[in-house]
Design a protein around this ligand. Structure first.
Ligand code: ZN
Length: 702
């Protein structure tokens, strides 16, 4: 047989079988377990592994597909015998006469060079302070980029993975660490799971981690990781973790389904967090100290990813159309946890805000039915959460909780549809939910008036809406009502709303109200003053300066800038006061301080070079992307990019994090408008990797 004919035959076979998707395979094969041993080589950005599958054959078949993207496979053994197979960019097809039988084995060796789903951070960079990490993101990216597995989420199996990784790093993955052994340069980490899950929930992260441990009321170990330089933020970041965990076990009524729960912050993550089974990975930029906690904290993501351990991981959506069964549930339960921690006003406030967004989308014809594929996240997450809020009101607390419990128990380790969930709710409530399904799950419009009726059960929302209803009135007509809204004890949201209505007002009445707001002592109402007051009269200066002391990095940043602008004679005092303040993870206060210092020529002129070095240093390519981005924005404002920071912008245009990538792309287009920057960018591009400069090249020669 000539080579060409063989090639033709192979193509014909693959053309036929490529039609077959992994979901068709569900009827033919049932995978039980994947045992794998993989060596991750971070400097080479490659994975070498051997995997062992055990499975049953349910129906006669001739092809078995394992997903494995752009992998090189070797030593393919089916039940111990060399097997026939071919591969394409999406995986390996094993050919045999598969006859129904209970226990079968497939072994293969592979090499992967993951382009997505596994990310290698800073392994080419020699900067000592750089965080060197490897972490994964399966959902939306496919675990099969680094581990032969199943893109189809209905194929659930047990994963027992052993990882080999360079010494001096901690490697954390799904399940229980059964053993850890090391030789001269490598550590072998053996993890063991007991229950099956979808492949997109496989996750690992390796970094120089430290950790805190607590035990839940039920005894489940809760392990909370952090990089050593972030140790000072561990307490505030993980605040309420145990409370949330204990609350969920009680509220949901089904014990936490996995062996342990670990949370891992990683640099340059793609999203807020990801609910890998028992092993949540989240953006390190959510880490915060106690002051930052007041404005931005990890509590919501913490609760959301933990809720997924039941809704998503234990019981997984049947398919994309039912995505709200994962995201709507996680969003709703996170809200319940926040209600427990921050109170009922907070709960209704968040629901009110999302109702406003949903109503706006709906009114402009952009409403989406929850039960549909291809929705935006507003629909799956927020409208999905509203579905559960309304359903609970309709069937009552007791029936709702009973229905949830039955749903989880009946469909554990399975992939139910929305209809199965509703049937459970009908059984416990005795109600026909057909109309509810039409109104809330199948209708693209948002039922805004029903939502408003529900929100009005909160007295706080009623008061808030009264104040918000004054927006269009002249100040003279509403001053007494605004004053009343600022009476002790002032509500965070109503108080802020009253202050925001003073925007652009310069009358004595307005300043009296500003003063009352400042005297309330409420952090958020005072923050609203910092945001709203444009001209600070001399007699107000002292009080406004008091905002620099508030426990809010937002308030500090805004009031610092306004005071610096309006009172040049007091600048030295402001610089001195905020000299030691870093601010949020992205160093918002520090970078503003450095920038204002650089543009204040008569203040510390001898230190300008140092301060510029520090600011430009935050734009270096090894810095976390949130820090780089903030530094870019200041360097842009003062037109002070050096070559290293320009290189960072170029590299950023190819970053896997879409928010940062888009920011860098827009910034690069702005920079290219300047002849000087254009020339420097062109010169830099010559010394850089072709792939890294592809976006820049496309803009240089359109
Ligand atoms: Zn989620």
């Amino acid at each position: 047989m000539s080579k060409n004919i063989l090639l033709f035959l192979l193509l014909a076979v693959s053309a036929l079988t490529a039609q077959k998707t992994t979901s068709d395979q569900l009827a033919q094969f049932d995978f039980q377990k994947l045992q794998a041993r993989l060596e991750i080589r971070p400097e080479q950005q490659e994975v070498l592994g051997s995997v062992h599958f055990t499975f049953a054959i349910l129906e006669q078949a001739d092809t078995l597909k394992i997903d494995g993207r752009k992998m090189e496979f070797s030593e393919v053994l089916l039940n111990g015998e060399k097997a026939r197979f071919y591969t394409d960019d999406t995986g390996i097809y094993v050919l045999s006469t598969f006859a129904p039988s209970v226990s079968n084995e497939l072994d293969l060796k592979y090499t992967a060079y993951p382009e997505s789903a596994m990310y290698f951070i800073n392994w080419q960079d020699k900067t000592p302070e750089a965080a060197r990490e490897v972490w994964t993101q399966g959902q939306g990216k496919y675990t099969s980029n680094w581990l032969p597995s199943f893109d189809e989420l209905r194929e659930k199996l047990e994963f027992d993975l052993t990882y080999i990784f360079p010494k001096s790093y901690q490697l954390i993955a799904n399940g229980l660490l059964k053993s850890r052994s090391e030789n001269d340069s490598l550590i072998t980490w053996q993890y063991d799971m007991e229950k099956p899950m979808s492949s997109y929930l496989v996750g690992m992260a390796a970094a120089q981690f430290d950790s805190l441990t607590e035990n839940a009321a039920s005894g489940v170990p809760l392990k909370m990781y952090f990089r050593k330089p972030e140790a000072g933020k561990a307490e505030a970041t993980y605040r309420y973790s145990k409370e949330i965990f204990d609350f969920f076990e009680k509220e949901i009524g089904v014990p936490f389904p996995w062996q342990n729960y670990k949370q891992l912050p990683v640099v340059n993550f793609l999203y807020g967090g990801m609910e890998n089974t028992g092993t949540t990975i989240f953006a390190e930029s959510l880490m915060t100290d106690s002051i930052g906690f007041n404005d931005q904290n990890y509590v919501n993501v913490n609760a959301h990813e933990l809720a997924h351990q039941w809704f998503g991981d234990l019981v997984t959506e049947h398919s994309g159309k039912h995505h709200w069964l994962n995201e709507g549930f996680a969003t709703y339960y996170a809200l319940l946890a926040e209600k427990e921690i921050f109170g009922e006003d907070y709960y209704y406030w968040k629901l009110y805000q999302t109702a406003e967004q949903l109503k706006e989308a709906s009114d402009s014809g952009k409403g989406q039915a929850v039960l549909r594929t291809g929705n935006n996240s507003l629909t799956y997450y927020q409208k999905g959460a509203w579905v559960l809020h309304m359903l609970r009101e309709q069937v009552g607390d007791a029936a709702f909780r009973e229905g949830i419990k039955n749903y989880l128990n009946h469909y554990s380790f399975q992939n139910p549809t929305t209809e199965k969930f509703l049937t459970e709710m009908e059984l416990v409530s005795g109600q026909d939910l057909e109309q509810f399904k039409k109104d809330w799950l199948e209708q693209s419009a948002f039922k805004a008036s029903q939502a408003l009726e529900s929100l009005k059960r909160s007295e706080f929302i009623q008061q808030y809406l009264q104040v918000a209803g004054l927006r269009e009135f002249p100040l003279e007509d509403k001053k007494e009502l605004l004053r009343a809204a600022l009476d002790f004890p002032v509500n965070d949201y109503t108080g802020q709303e009253a202050v925001h209505q003073l925007q652009g007002e310069n009358s004595q009445v307005a300043y009296d109200l500003f003063e009352k707001a400042l005297e309330s002592g409420n952090l958020y109402v005072r923050q609203a003053v910092a945001q709203t007051m444009e001209n600070i009269p001399q007699i107000f200066k002292k009080q406004f300066e008091g905002l620099l002391n508030d426990d809010s990095y937002i308030t500090k940043e805004i009031s610092f800038f306004k005071l610096w602008s309006q009172f040049p004679e007091s600048r030295p005092a402001y610089f001195k006061k905020l000299k030691e303040v870093e601010g949020f993870y992205n160093k918002n206060v520090r970078m503003l301080w450095l920038t204002l210092n650089l543009v204040t020529p008569d203040y510390e002129p001898g230190k300008n070079a140092d301060y510029y070095q520090e600011l430009a240093g935050y734009a270096e390519k090894w810095q976390p992307i949130e820090i780089q981005q903030n530094a870019f924005s200041y360097l842009y404002q003062i037109s002070a990019f050096n070559d290293a920071s320009l290189e960072s912008v170029i590299l950023g245009t190819g970053n896997p994090n879409s928010g940062f990538r888009n920011y860098c792309r827009q910034l690069l287009q702005e920079l290219l408008k300047s002849q000087e920057y254009r020339e420097r960018l062109e010169a830099l591009a010559e010394g850089m990797d072709a792939k890294a400069v592809s976006y820049l090249q496309s803009k240089l020669s359109p």
